[in-house]
Design a protein around this ligand. Sequence first.
Ligand SMILES: C[S@@+](CC[C@H](N)C(=O)[O-])C[C@H]1O[C@@H](n2cnc3c(N)ncnc32)[C@H](O)[C@@H]1O
Length: 258
Amino acid sequence: MSAHIAKDAIAKSFSKAASEYDEYARIQHVLAHELLTLCPRQDKKNVLDLGCGTGYCLPALQEIYPQAHITGGDLALGMLQHAQSQHPQFAYEISDAENLPFADEQFDLIFSSLAVQWCDDFSRVLSSAYRCLKPGGHLVLSNLAAGTLLELKQAWLEVDQHQHVNEFTVGTELLNNIDESAFTAVAVNINKHVDYHPNVRSLTDSLKRIGAHNLTAGRAKGLTSPSMIKQFKLAMEQQRHPQGLPASYAVLTCVLKK
Ligand SMILES: C[S@@+](CC[C@H](N)C(=O)[O-])C[C@H]1O[C@@H](n2cnc3c(N)ncnc32)[C@H](O)[C@@H]1O
């Protein structure tokens, strides 16, 4: 994320969304399953799911690594409490991806699906994960790049000059961060995914209900007037495809080895 967002605001927003998250997280679940297919099929004893949210990926990680001790880490206490209630068999730890609270060389694998786009500095995420991995350990991670939610951004630009959509770091900068890290890249890709919605309410609700609505400092203060919402809806409708209203996601996926 290129514009700074306070960590407590992020934690609060996701904590509030915890109980409804899985019901609305359609694209997040699809992308999590795609990322799980990239996990190295070799024995891993100690595994961290970083930004585990509701713990959705934890049982799948246990299936891939049946012998592993698995920890779910997340910035949002509410998410971890929800995860623990759903999956009490795993360990949980409040964790900030930019400053992990774990020992050096603790994990054989760190998995992270669509969590670190909330961090200011991807290079700090990489160095923190590197420190906590054993030599030979893997980081399997996805992140969002600029181009994500571009249809919403374009539609709001027709309404006013406020920032209504979160800013995402440009893909080339994320790739440079990987190049400059101490990791060896096994696989790195940026792919576009499009999620379609029947109407504007469904699209904006899906972001709000998972806690991923706009938290950036330049967001419009106060209420958005009914006429602005009408203008926004019209601008979105102009982008309609036969499948519905598009919401694009530019997704960086990487498998990195220490
Ligand atoms: C979109 S959800 C993804 C949850 C889960 N990985 C999944 O795929 O269902 C993003 C999660 O990242 C967490 N998060 C945001 N910033 C974080 C940070 N700096 N460190 C750790 N977790 C963070 C949020 O609290 C939220 O639970």
